[in-house]
Design a protein around this ligand. Structure first.
Ligand code: F6R
Ligand code: MG
Ligand code: MG
Length: 379
């Protein structure tokens, strides 16, 4: 019997800016999922948030992309939106791009990561939830977990992992993906995923038996909506242990707070800061980007947990470094590379500002320009 772990997340409104949902929104979503559990639509669930995104973590027997599960999530987000409207919270219903649900939430605003599995004897799983960044933020850590022997000792030591992993890399612009083998094609994988705004590691399989080991949400809301509607705060599911990377190997890459796109107005690079759930809110310059890691065991579909994995002093130095980097980046103000480059800014509100300036550029010889400018200045 196969179990599916589905994480569906959306930002449907936040208290005091874009910083965290109101507890009543979480309660409203919880109520919907509790009723569904009662009716055996899902086996188990857990509702939490990171920053302004509500995270629905669900287990069931219906497989990925199932209309019952996606419909349930939609209903939960609608209910949380209703609360947001009633309380006049900020950006109520933001990520629900459409009024009507049509069988699947993909392309409708919410982010999705779903993993169908044959439950192993013990099934340890980590779910990652980030705010104020994009799916490509997982590229570097996922690569290091599954393909970097300096991170993951098991790649060298454990015969089950020694053959390596297969990466599915998804091109968000073209909507197509490619399967690549590591270690053989590691450099080609890196050639793609070093551009995290376009190429995203979507799934990882163990080469020896094709076991699905990791899934990352790949929704890019701005591309979907065709306008700026916030960054696509991503989620990921990673299975652990017994021939897969150990929990400690999966968490290890996050000890380096690498620079990711997102932060204020989805328009800035900043460090990804691993935090315990109680710090999963974004205050400084609407950030810095944050990530939580929840540890679970899945038992006949039941969610045993979570344990709050970044709630550990072992990550204190990472957080301190992230704060130093945040300070350093902030000092650049509106300048690149703190502010994103022009291709990425296409999906923000900047183009409408630049549009206004378009007609004021003068293309002619120096003398005429000087004349025109001095005319302008004398007015
Ligand atoms: C980024 C984010 C925030 C907002 C910012 C401006 O993903 O959600 O940084 O972009 O607070 O929000 P508005 O334009 O709604 O005032
Ligand atoms: Mg938001
Ligand atoms: Mg968010």
């Amino acid at each position: 019997e196969k179990i599916t772990l589905s994480i569906i997340k959306a930002d449907v409104g936040s208290i005091a800016g874009h910083h965290m949902p109101h507890p009543d929104q979480l309660a409203a979503a919880t109520k919907i999922l509790a009723e569904a559990k009662q009716k055996d639509i899902i086996i188990d669930f857990y509702v939490t948030h990171v920053g302004d995104d509500i995270q629905l973590i669900m287990t069931h027997r219906k497989g990925v992309d199932h209309p019952d599960i996606h419909g349930l999530a939609w209903e939960a987000f609608k209910s949380a939106t209703k609360v947001a409207r009633e309380l006049k919270l900020y950006a109520a219903g933001q990520d629900l791009l459409s009024e009507a649900f049509s069988g699947n939430v993909r392309g409708m605003g919410p982010g999705v990561a779903e993993l169908e599995m044959e439950e192993r004897e013990a099934e340890p799983v980590i779910t990652f939830h980030a705010d104020k960044t994009e799916p490509g933020a997982f590229n570097m850590p996922i690569y290091r977990i599954f393909a970097d022997p300096f991170n993951t000792a098991g790649l060298v030591i454990d015969p089950k992992m020694h053959d390596g992993f297969i990466f599915e890399v998804y091109d968000v612009f073209e909507g197509r993906s490619v399967l690549m083998k590591t270690p053989e094609e590691s450099y080609d994988v890196l050639a793609l995923i070093g551009t995290p705004g376009r190429y995203i590691v979507r799934r990882v399989y163990r080469k020896s038996d094709n076991l699905l080991a990791a899934v990352v949400s790949v929704e890019r809301l701005n591309l979907t909506a065709g306008r700026y509607v916030g960054k696509d705060d991503p989620v990921a599911i990673v299975r652990a242990q017994h021939g897969l990377p150990a929990v400690g190997e999966i968490l290890e890459p996050f000890s380096f707070p690498h620079l990711v796109a997102g932060w204020m107005r989805g328009s800035h690079h900043g460090p990804l800061m691993p935090v315990p759930m109680r710090y999963a809110k974004v205050t400084r310059f609407d950030g810095p980007p944050r990530i939580i890691a929840l540890g679970w065991n899945i038992s006949r579909g039941r969610l045993i947990g979570p344990v709050d994995l970044f709630d550990d002093v072992a990550f204190d130095e990472t957080r301190r470094l992230a704060e130093t980097i945040a300070e350093y980046m902030r000092r650049h103000g509106p300048f690149m590379p703190h502010r994103l480059g022009p291709e990425e800014m296409e999906y923000t509100t900047l183009p409408s500002v630049l549009e206004k300036l378009k007609d004021r550029f003068v293309k002619t010889e120096e003398a005429k320009v000087v004349k025109k400018h001095s005319d302008l200045l004398s007015h």
